[in-house]
Design a protein around this ligand. Structure first.
Ligand SMILES: [Zn+2]
Length: 237
């Protein structure tokens, strides 16, 4: 009798263990942390893209500035030559004037480009400042969430280990033959197969049991099964 009661307790413990194992896979704080981490990765990716755009614009700005210097000094030199009186040929003078005009057009277009890049860089910088602040906040929240998730996971695991130890200790007290029978039966039933009968009802399918069952259940060595669900009956009162 004691043996059957222990077997029922073992079954209930195993149900609790299964439940805990499911819970361990679905801890809300862990799931939330995983989602937050993914979001943070995406955010950082966006930030890095902005930084790369900034670098590219700076590079472009430097090269345009160098180009502008070259064009400006070329204009200066050509103008000096033009007004020095060295060149006498009208044709040559005309060609030099045209060259100056063309270079001046290049110069103003370069200046315009540089101005545009400066404006772009200013707006990217402003955006980056906002993003860096946001990054700090997100990082902090992520760390906190990580800690909570780790704590929750550890405590759920601890509870599971406690249940498993309890289960082991209990199983050690039950006769091998009975255990084997239970596992075979449980596998076939696909779940609980030991029923704690109370007040004349099966504890699993809740069908009313014939009154003769009680006496049979109390007979040592007798295994009585519910006629409706096939569970092994254990007297619960
Ligand atoms: Zn039943």
């Amino acid at each position: 009798m004691e043996q059957l009661k222990m077997l029922w307790e073992l079954q209930e413990l195993e149900q609790q263990i299964k439940q805990k194992e499911r819970e361990l896979q679905n801890i809300p704080s862990v799931i939330e942390h995983q989602e937050r981490s993914k979001e943070f990765d995406e955010f950082q990716h966006k930030l890095q893209q902005r930084e790369e755009e900034k670098r590219q614009a700076q590079k472009k700005q430097r090269s345009k500035e160098l180009e502008l210097q070259t064009v400006s000094s070329s204009i200066k030199k050509t103008k000096e030559k033009l007004y020095s009186g060295e060149v006498q040929s009208a044709k040559e003078l005309e060609s030099m004037e045209k060259k100056v005009q063309s270079m001046q057009a290049d110069q103003s277009s370069l200046e315009e480009d540089i101005l545009g890049l400066m404006e772009f860089l200013e707006s990217v910088d402003q955006e980056l400042q906002t993003l860096y602040k946001e990054e700090e906040q997100k990082k902090e929240a992520l760390e906190k969430g990580k800690q909570t998730a780790q704590d929750d996971f550890a405590s759920a695991q601890e509870e599971l280990e406690k249940l498993q130890k309890k289960r082991e200790a209990l199983a050690g007290q039950i006769e091998e033959v009975l255990l084997k029978k239970y596992y075979r039966h449980s596998k076939k039933a696909g779940g609980r197969c030991i029923s704690l009968a109370k007040e004349g009802f099966c504890g699993i399918c809740h069908v009313s049991l014939p009154s003769a069952f009680r006496a049979r259940m109390l007979t040592p060595g007798q295994l009585v099964y519910c006629e409706n669900c096939g569970s092994l009956l254990v007297p619960g009162d």
